[in-house]
Design a protein around this ligand. Structure first.
Ligand SMILES: C[S@@+](CC[C@H](N)C(=O)[O-])C[C@H]1O[C@@H](n2cnc3c(N)ncnc32)[C@H](O)[C@@H]1O
Length: 314
């Protein structure tokens, strides 16, 4: 006889589920069990079934992540239980990442509107933003910042919030993404200092910047073919960039110097395609950054270094 029970309780009716789930603690435990059983991919803001169950239940109830644990034993209203049941069902059956279901993601400590028009914010560049890019600008913060390939606008908007004197341009080729970025500019009341610009990389962006920061599409063809189902809900334009993932990054390296000031710095995320970049440009001294909260594949190059290696990028 096997004691193993691996059938999902999602086959129960909504009424049966609602009757069995009384407290927030009940809902949390149940969601975690279902996520575990479904073998979901976790990587869009959470890293385990439990973590995701916490994010879903608190998000559904409009409670902050640091809410008093005493609330766990609070009984929920029937409609609150229904909302949680519906979200768990949708997460498991469609594999839509949770931030799309809730319409919100957090980045560098700030909330951002998100939907399927934009990549879900998750770049390790958040840590650099939180430190105000102080490693490169220890005395005088950057005056003009460009967030190239901005998506939801999370990097540039969070930079503007951490650096209250800088002006920020958000560039993207996708009008749909820019509509979300504009929502986020309004959400954070930054219309005076941050603007969203439709642009194929630098084509529509005049002037020079002290800091160009970018999380562009960089997934190589092999990784793209094997990504978990959750990633299929993100815009294709935000992920793939040719066989080695470097189609866009090569263009950035070629063009960035003409858009940087003398003290300027270029910071770009290339993720797993870091090995392709090292192989393509072995002579270039990419500074690979380290992160306290994990993540890799982000390099920095100064304007001087871009000048010195211009021939490599031509
Ligand atoms: C990986 S997503 C990054 C979004 C955001 N920076 C983040 O970290 O969440 C890449 C973005 O690059 C944009 N993109 C792709 N090709 C582009 C191009 N040629 N010029 C400007 N933006 C481009 C996509 O529309 C997408 O929004």
């Amino acid at each position: 006889m096997s004691l193993r029970n691996d059938s999902s309780t999602l086959t129960l009716s909504d009424d049966e589920l609602r009757d069995g789930l009384v407290t927030l603690r009940d809902c949390l435990r149940w969601a975690a069990s279902e996520f575990h059983l479904a073998g979901l991919f976790h990587g869009h803001g959470t890293d385990s079934p439990w973590d995701e169950a916490v994010a879903l239940t608190l998000g559904a109830l409009h409670l902050p992540w640091n809410v008093d644990p005493a609330v766990l034993d609070a009984r929920l209203l029937p409609m609150e239980r229904s909302r949680i049941v519906a979200l768990v069902r949708e997460r498991v059956t469609t594999r839509r990442p949770l931030p799309y279901l809730l319409g919100e993601a957090f980045f560098a400590g700030f909330p951002f509107d998100v939907d399927e028009r934009v990549l879900i914010p998750r770049s390790p560049i958040a840590e650099l933003v939180e430190h105000g890019f102080a490693a490169w600008f220890p005395e005088e913060p950057p005056a003009r910042v460009l967030d190239l390939c901005t998506g939801s606008g999370c990097i540039g908007i969070a930079a503007a919030l951490h650096l209250p004197t800088c002006e920020v341009d958000l560039g993207d080729i996708s009008e749909e993404a820019l509509a979300v970025a504009r929502q986020n500019i309004s959400r954070h009341d930054l219309g005076e200092r941050v603007r969203a610009v439709h642009s194929d990389l630098f084509a529509g962006l005049p002037g020079r910047y002290d800091l160009i920061v970018s999380n562009p599409p960089y997934v190589d063809a092999r990784d793209l073919a094997t990504m978990p189902a959750e990633f299929r809900h993100e815009p294709a334009l935000a992920l793939g960039a040719g066989a080695d993932g470097l189609d866009i990054v090569r263009r950035i390296l070629r063009e960035a110097r003409d858009h940087l000031t003398e003290r300027g710095v270029l910071i770009v995320e290339v993720g797993n395609s870091d090995r392709h970049l090292e192989a393509a440009f072995p002579e270039v001294p990419f500074l690979w950054l380290e992160f306290e909260r994990g993540g890799q594949g982000v390099f920095a190059l100064t304007a001087d270094e871009l000048d010195a290696h211009a021939a490599s990028f031509a």
